[in-house]
Design a protein around this ligand. Sequence first.
Ligand code: AKB
Length: 328
Amino acid sequence: MIGLLFTFVSDMKEHILVIGANGQIGGELVEELRKIHGSSYVIATDIKDAGAELKSGGPFRQLDVLDHASVFELIKENKVREVYLLAALLSATAESKIRSAWKLNMEGLFGLLEMARQENFKLFWPSSIAVFGPGTPRQNTPQHTITEPSTVYGISKLAGERWCEYYHKMFGTDVRSIRYPGLIGYKTEPGGGTTDYAVSIFHNAIRNKQYECYLSAGTALPMMYMPDAIRATLELMNADSSKLSIRSSYNIDGMSFTPEQIAGEIKLLMPDFRISYKPDIRQQYADSWPQSIDGSVARNDWGWTPRYDIKSMCKEMFQGVQQLITSH
Ligand code: AKB
């Protein structure tokens, strides 16, 4: 039935499926995958209806990841060979909806791992720096260290990592994962995360020349600009399977900064920008996470190297958000 929706693209070439395509990573990933593989071969899905751009750019299907039967039907009928499972509740939202966060983050992954085992497709699933906890060394946090998360989101990501490794070891499932740091981009808005301030700060600076930050001035967190995050994802998915020593989830290093430091960079671009601080509950989550990440295992296994630092990211973000706001 669902396959009928895609009959216009259902020739012999296999498809790529992105679940959670409306989200911060999903939007940019679909755009990039469509450039690489051709728009008709990348099927975007999300529980919510998509905007005009995503829908006109290629096949889109409104679909709940927890409806495993429909997802499986879509995968089989379209000869899907690669799935990016991005549907999840992030740290701040997960704390206010603990049961539904667990259900979505866990059952979504579990369903797709089972389907990957049966249909033999390659699966990408995002983990997070939230798998670390208050007992983890916070500077240059190693790949293998204490992982005792204190947030629901972190607990679900850690459990997910263990399941990914289990499916790979027991059934040979080709599942690959990255522990994303805070992600910064202007094309799609983030939602429900603790690190989202690093995106909101640009929108508020350009609209109002001021920003009230919900984290304290000196809260350092690992961060990454979206083009680096998308490139990391695709590089990992294209890496030679025999080179991958980690089947739970890879640490990757990007940049690390505090709200005070990013505000300083924005002030260089907008001298009358002002920041104030009013920490809320998200301060606790941030305080339990690393301040910087050691990505050396990813560097050795599949050649990971970040390209953006705080300066180059801020310059592009500022211009990107400015264009976005003036064009609306
Ligand atoms: C969040 O803040 O919840 C996410 C994350 C660190 O995974 N950006």
